[in-house]
Design a protein around this ligand. Sequence first.
Ligand code: AMP
Length: 284
Amino acid sequence: MIQMRVVKTIKEVRDQVSAWKNEGLSIGFVPTMGYLHEGHQSLIRKSAEQNDRTVVSVFVNPIQFGPNEDLEAYPRDLERDKAAVEEAGGDLIFHPEPSEMYPGHFTSFIDTTETTELLCGAVRPIHFRGVCTVVGKLFNIVLPDRAYFGQKDAQQLATIRRFVRDLNFPVEVIACPIVRESDGLAKSSRNTYLSPVERQAATILSKSLMKGKEAIENGERDAKKVIDIITASLQSEPLARIDYVEVVDFENIQRVERIAGETLVAIAVYIGKTRLIDNFVIKL
Ligand code: AMP
């Protein structure tokens, strides 16, 4: 066990990683926005299992938030994050200031098509450009052998896989399953925004997805019927307001009429003012 460290500059990360690489050690990387929970920790644990050293970035990336989104309100607590990273087996936290990542006159972006047209890409126009740009920058800073992403953000995962392939980033992308609360709610840093009543109402997301999944498991192949089942279930909760319910192929994130192959069923729902996402992937 080595002592876990927190660094704030790109140079410190590069120096540490290159020292590790000179010793022949492999590097795993887990990008996060902090306020870590067991979902993030499952990624860190997986990385610690598969690599000699694990780097975790904690950075609330301003360029992936739209003008009316929750950049300022996004929860932050580095002391708590340090304990969570240490407990899960991480070795280095990269916690840069926005000025370290975007030092003025920043004009280059990783822009993606196809996988970002629908779902969150349709309702959060600049979101994925911001995500892909920061992840690409972090890959170039950390130079990891493997990087870990949660299926919780399934469209993000499909998009990162795609740009890594398209742009030849020398990193292996590893997908990790969704970690949930005991009542089914997908763990999210944004769950802290929910009042007790909203927190209870938020269980409607996973419950509704379960109904859709059961229908598919019982033989339903018509995407529209699955969407209708999930929509009706979500509408039974008065505090829920649907942003989208979509059935797409998991690789290209394009709508399908018939469910076949690897299919992503994804929803985004407002509970009060809080926007939550959830999904499942089914392989037929
Ligand atoms: P975030 O801090 O929300 O940007 O998430 C950082 C990484 O953790 C992303 O790859 C997410 O998909 C992943 N993640 C977030 N919540 C969960 C969860 N409940 N289960 C699995 N992975 C998650």
